[in-house]
Ligand binder design. Structure first.
Ligand SMILES: Cc1cc2nc3c(=O)[nH]c(=O)nc-3n(C[C@H](O)[C@H](O)[C@H](O)COP(=O)(O)OP(=O)(O)OC[C@H]3O[C@@H](n4cnc5c(N)ncnc54)[C@H](O)[C@@H]3O)c2cc1C
Length: 474
């Protein structure tokens, strides 16, 4: 069943009746692969449809973000371990590194280094193509799952039920019938337009214009850098600039620089280094000025020795959960449902959490109300990530969006939490556990934490007054 036969060739024109127990997943990115994995527990046949050839580990055309740093939050890693036992070990065998966050890694929040301490969080450091290749290999080895190349072009059915997807493979467009069609085609999903064509309601969109620019490169590692730490994250401060460096397979630093509101990092080596020099801590600048870029992104000459850019205009959340009705037989997940600001490294984890939500919904029944139940349940996990990410975006005064009293109070509190985390390991531990989606944001409001954040143990009371200087680094 795992073949590269064209789906279009497998269906005859005009096919409309579905075989019982068939699900089709559109898009074989992280969300699509995870969805296929859980669907295989409930459907006799699951077909993944991907427009890219899936036989290379190099960054694919369909996921241009894959050349940029992809931090996997610990919550996402544990879900992946649950779905693919041995996942972390398999990546480690491929050269990925692991370290306990804040013990073997360092973080700067508002320019202040978070106090080193045990967090119980495992940071897994690999490039996105390697992460995806392991998930893909394990998914395609799952009984009942097959795949084909093809591009989804639209849906067949009506406002009450989606019965088939239109697939093209270069030789024509043909329908592919299924009991359930899952759209995991990423943030560029055309699901709203497809549904409108069927006469179904299209979801409202929430978005925040952040005009984020990324630039990324690989650099060789040398002994002793960062005092042996495997990663450094410098979160975007008030100026909207930040960056990260993680030690990935092949003993390379994967470095990403980022700037908001049009302040994008340059892609020429000198400009890239100059931008890094303006970050709140010198760590990343030291790494990238220690060596020439290592290149090695892909097979083409253009991909070698380059610093690659990426533009991300706005996080987008499509409110399927608020529609009065949704057709049976079709649901949307992953970035197609909600694409959060990549600065907070939540996307793959939210996709993994949605896969677990889908699994729970399927266990409760795969009837007509499955899509509505899924959107309602998924909105709980999406809400947490969206609020954390949108709240942080709105801390930047240049980002326009609804700043409610709650947003302003939360951001004032978070600013104090950053300062307290610099001095107090209990705060830095909890902050990191919340940022890794392992604990709920409310953990930072627990009375013992609130006391530490609002009235610090170094004697300061009222507004936090820690000196805004970064610690010396390796
Ligand atoms: C610059 C950047 C950096 C990021 N960094 C992080 C990070 O540090 N940590 C993190 O967790 N997340 C990060 N993300 C988010 C992460 O990439 C996604 O959230 C995650 O991959 C889940 O996406 P997805 O599978 O829904 O979509 P995608 O990964 O975009 O995959 C969609 C798939 O659908 C295919 N496709 C599209 N249209 C069609 C069609 N019509 N027919 C068939 N196939 C189609 C595409 O080829 C692709 O394979 C980042 C995103 C960006 C943009």
């Amino acid at each position: 069943m795992n073949s590269d036969r064209s789906a279009a060739q497998e269906s005859s024109p005009g096919e409309s009746a579905s075989e019982p127990g068939r699900a089709v997943v559109l898009g074989a990115g992280i969300a699509g692969l995870l969805a296929a994995r859980v669907l295989s527990e409930h459907f006799a046949e699951v077909l993944l449809v991907e427009r890219d050839p899936l036989d290379a580990d190099d960054p694919r055309r369909g996921v241009p973000q894959a050349r940029h740093l992809h931090g996997l939050l610990d919550r996402g890693r544990t879900v992946l371990e649950q779905l693919y036992p041995g996942f972390t070990a398999e990546l480690t065998e491929l050269g990925a590194g692991t370290a306990e966050a804040l013990v073997g890694t360092r973080w700067y929040l508002s320019g202040l280094r978070a106090a080193p301490t045990s967090t119980g969080l495992t940071s897994l450091m690999a490039t996105r193509p390697v992460l995806e290749s392991v998930i893909r290999r394990r998914t395609l080895a799952t009984p009942g799952i097959g795949w084909c190349t093809g591009t989804a072009r639209g849906l067949l059915g009506d406002a009450g039920e989606v019965t088939a997807v239109l697939l093209s493979d270069g030789s024509g467009i043909r329908p592919r019938a299924a009991d359930l069609i899952v759209d995991a085609t990423g943030r560029g999903s055309r699901a709203p337009q497809w549904l409108a064509t069927l006469g179904a309601c299209a979801p409202a969109e929430e978005r925040l214009e952040v005009d984020l620019g990324y630039a990324s490169a690989l650099f060789p590692c040398a002994d002793g850098q960062l005092d042996g730490h495997r990663s450094v994250i410098i979160s975007t401060g008030a100026g909207g600039r930040g960056g990260g460096a993680i030690r990935v397979e092949g003993d390379r630093w994967h470095v990403t620089l980022a700037g908001m509101l049009g302040d994008h990092p340059p892609t020429d080596p000198a400009g890239f280094a100059d931008f890094a020099a303006t970050l709140a801590a010198p760590d990343i600048h030291r790494l990238i000025t220690a060596a020439e870029p290592a290149g090695g992104w892909g097979r083409t000459a253009r991909d070698q020795h380059t610093i690659v850019p990426h533009k991300f205009r706005a996080p987008v959340r499509r409110r399927f959960d608020r529609l009065p009705s949704v057709p049976r037989g079709f649901l949307v997940l992953g970035d197609a449902l909600c694409s959060v600001n990549p600065l907070y490294a939540q996307g793959m984890t939210v996709a993994a959490q949605q896969a677990l939500v889908l699994r729970d919904c399927l266990t409760a029944g795969a009837g007509a109300d499955l899509p509505a139940r899924f959107y309602t349940a998924a909105s709980d996990v999406v809400d947490v990530a969206w609020r954390l990410s949108a709240g942080s975006d709105l801390a930047n005064p240049g980002v326009t969006g609804p700043r409610t009293l709650r947003t302003r109070l939360t951001n004032a509190y978070v600013a104090r939490a950053h300062r307290a985390a610099h001095l107090d390991p209990v705060v830095s531990r909890t902050f990191l556990r919340v940022a890794n989606l392992v604990e709920p944001p409310a953990a930072l409001l627990r009375p013992d934490l609130a006391r530490r954040i609002l009235w610090r143990r170094d004697g300061g009371t009222g507004p936090a007054d820690a000196p805004a200087v970064a610690e010396p680094t390796g």
